[in-house]
Design a protein around this ligand. Structure first.
Ligand code: IP8
Length: 265
């Protein structure tokens, strides 16, 4: 399961979480676990990552003598460590809510075990293998070290969740819980009506998504679709669901009617 950053954080306010949404999502994760299904959680960064990373151009890697007068940090190196800390803070908010509903949680911060970028980033996924549905392994989009002149870069949660889905055994579904939309839409979200939801997407279907490249340092909806499609091609069910209505996730897994988008292989 991927919790989108725009779902779990307030978009324009740096480092503010949407606590009620996180609590509702964690309650649904608990119901899923009570059904005997184990979940691995990957969460995005939202305003705990993208705003500062964008200001310091961390997605472009190391830029000699980069400055940002008036900012709370004074170098890219300092920004890297602040964004890593901010992500640990967001993670701890989510972990606390998972523990409150009764999970045992194991967090794996990517800057401690992953290097390089994109869907073939390096790092062993061994520590995510576990078959106990009361344990949730958690990881998240992060700033990781890169083995070339860039020195560091942004590893998106969408790349993490794709590798986990493709490489761990017995994964049945990959669910992207998103904020503000019911799934993929035929027209831009602000003019969409209920009829504009794309229920089944394959590469020949056009979609419109809002990619806020002014604040987003990873790939927005386009990256989700690319990674989702890669995973769907291996026979795993891939779904986009509005995380503000988390009961739809339960309906999907219980094979009841649900609203959202299925990514076809
Ligand atoms: O929100 C981005 O992860 P994403 C991570 O999953 C940072 O793409 C630190 C901006």
């Amino acid at each position: 399961m991927k919790f989108g950053g725009a779902l779990i954080t307030k978009k324009d306010e740096e480092c503010v979480a949407h606590l009620e949404i996180i609590q509702n999502l964690c309650a649904v994760m608990k119901s899923i676990s009570d059904d005997g299904i184990q979940t691995i959680l990957v969460h995005g960064a939202g305003s705990f990552g993208h705003l500062k990373a964008k200001r310091w151009r961390l997605n472009e890697g190391f830029i000699p003598d980069m400055e940002h007068p008036g900012d709370a940090c004074s170098s890219q190196e300092e920004a890297v460590s602040q964004v890593r800390n901010d992500m640990l803070t967001l993670n701890s908010i989510i972990v606390k809510e998972l523990e409150n509903v009764g999970f045992e949680v194991r967090t794996h911060p990517p800057h401690q075990w992953a290097t390089n970028l994109g869907p073939t980033f390096s790092g062993s996924l061994d520590h995510f293998s576990d078959s106990d549905s009361s344990i949730v392994h958690v990881t998240f989009g992060d700033v990781v070290d890169v083995d070339d002149d860039r020195k560091f870069g942004i590893l998106s949660g969408d790349d993490l969740v794709a590798r986990l889905a493709l490489e761990l055994p017995a994964i049945e579904a990959l669910i992207f819980a998103m904020g503000g939309v019911d799934g993929l839409l035929k027209v831009p979200p602000h003019i969409a009506t209920d009829e504009d939801l794309i229920e089944h997407w394959s590469p020949d279907v056009n979609y419109e998504g809002l990619h806020q490249s002014d604040i987003d340092v990873t790939g927005g909806i386009g990256l989700k679709i690319m990674r989702g499609h890669l995973v769907a091609q291996s026979g795993i069910g891939v779904y986009l669901i509005n995380g503000e209505h988390p009961s739809r996730i339960l309906s999907l897994l219980r094979q009841e009617p649900w609203r959202g988008t299925t990514i076809l292989p």
